[in-house]
Design a protein around this ligand. Structure first.
Ligand code: URA
Length: 194
């Protein structure tokens, strides 16, 4: 993989037209947060609001995510970075197709190699299956940390699943408490902000 700095990365990723999802985008949604972080969150792909604003997780699910993160001292303003498996909105919010994921994953790999996170949190099945293990089962394995390539990885529920099924919120919040404990153990630079 070619060595990139953030400016070159944003410039090149910003004009990507390598798959069909580029054709209907309003904005490409590359990522948001603190680039010099130890903790990275990965979702599935932009929805309608994200496509309109060019920022990940800014719709109802994103607002819920931000609230839950704030309760454990985390935010995109202070100490985390958020990106998605695909950078352009899939039509009608369908799952990104395997070939779309395949052509977009190189951008996420570049983000990971620029950030060098200690911890990656996958939000939902699509991200966890792509990043952690193709057989990943969120309902069974959420909250577990798995070490892969020197990075600690955890899957948890997608915020959209929490909106559909609020009964899952306590389990999702317990995952975030576990994440905070792990950050306190392994991340030297991360300051939790309340
Ligand atoms: N869902 C995602 O997976 N990512 C976003 O950025 C927004 C909604």
């Amino acid at each position: 993989m070619q060595e990139l700095d953030w400016n070159a990365f944003y410039e090149q990723c910003g004009r990507c037209t390598e798959c069909r999802l580029a054709q209907n985008r309003t904005n490409i949604v590359i990522g948001a947060g603190v680039p010099d972080t130890e903790v990275m969150f990965i979702g599935e792909g932009p929805g309608e609001q994200e496509d309109l604003k060019g920022e990940p997780f800014v719709g109802r699910g994103g607002q819920l995510l931000d609230k839950m993160l704030a309760a454990v001292g985390l935010s995109r303003k202070h100490n985390i970075y958020i990106a998605n498996i695909v950078k352009c909105r899939p039509p009608n919010n369908r799952d990104p197709l395997p070939d779309e994921q395949e052509s977009c994953i190189k951008w996420l790999k570049m983000q990971v190699s620029l950030i060098k996170p200690k911890i990656i949190v996958c939000l939902g099945r699509v991200a966890a299956c792509r990043i952690i293990d193709e057989g990943y089962k969120v309902t069974k394995q959420h909250g577990e940390f798995i070490e892969k390539g020197g990075v600690l990885m955890m899957g948890t529920f997608h915020p959209a699943a929490l909106l559909r099924n609020p009964g899952l919120k306590p389990a999702a919040f317990a995952d975030l408490i576990g994440l905070r404990d792990k950050i306190e153990k392994v991340c030297e630079k991360t300051k939790l902000v309340y």
